[in-house]
Design a protein around this ligand. Sequence first.
Ligand SMILES: C[S@@+](CC[C@H](N)C(=O)[O-])C[C@H]1O[C@@H](n2cnc3c(N)ncnc32)[C@H](O)[C@@H]1O
Length: 226
Amino acid sequence: MNKDIRKQYNNFHDLYTENFADDEVSNSLFHKTIDFNLEKKKILDVGCGDGKDLVILSKKTKKIFGIDPSIEFLKKAQINNPSGIFKEAVGEKIPFQNESFDVVVSKWAIQTSTNVPKVLSEMARVLKKGGSLVFLTKHPILQFLQKIRDYGHGVDYYKQQITTSKIYSGTITIKEPSHTIGEYFNAEFLKNFEIIDYKEGTDFPASTQINGDTYPTFFIVKAKKK
Ligand SMILES: C[S@@+](CC[C@H](N)C(=O)[O-])C[C@H]1O[C@@H](n2cnc3c(N)ncnc32)[C@H](O)[C@@H]1O
């Protein structure tokens, strides 16, 4: 199933790229959270997609790297960032040596993994001591509501199940595994990182609004590698 989850991005990369600007709230909060000095810093984007976030970050540093399992997205990322270094890879197995980056960022990507703790552990491994991590991911509250919508009442928050997201006014359907808050903030994460900032927000129509309710659709963490 994990392979299918990864492959789906090759199918809608064009539509996704066209709609990037619709993620107005989450995009702007994500970039506002990367508020530290990036000059000459080596930065890795995990699940970089078409590399648009790296285009923004490359105004502050030229040492940009991205990984993504979708070859179609990677082609776009390379075109958008001709001097960037891109590799086809997943967050669970980052193809770089220990302590090779000053900054690791990731937006709307970690939740695609069936093994969030492994991705966060890999991010810690490749970060230098004192390095910064900023990630934005799908909020487990949203995924829980999606589970109820997809499977009906009686669902189990703790059980990983595939959830369906309809984004950009239903033009793209994404299937992703559900997660708990505890998968992000487990003991290993707290051992590896000091949390500097935590924000949650709502971004419709980047996510479907279920039953007209308002709830957080994403959260952002800024953390420092201990
Ligand atoms: C919703 S897109 C976000 C792309 C980009 N970060 C952005 O904000 O526009 C999710 C991305 O995660 C990638 N992805 C899927 N599975 C992954 C995994 N296990 N590790 C890292 N990235 C993954 C997809 O190929 C896709 O490019």
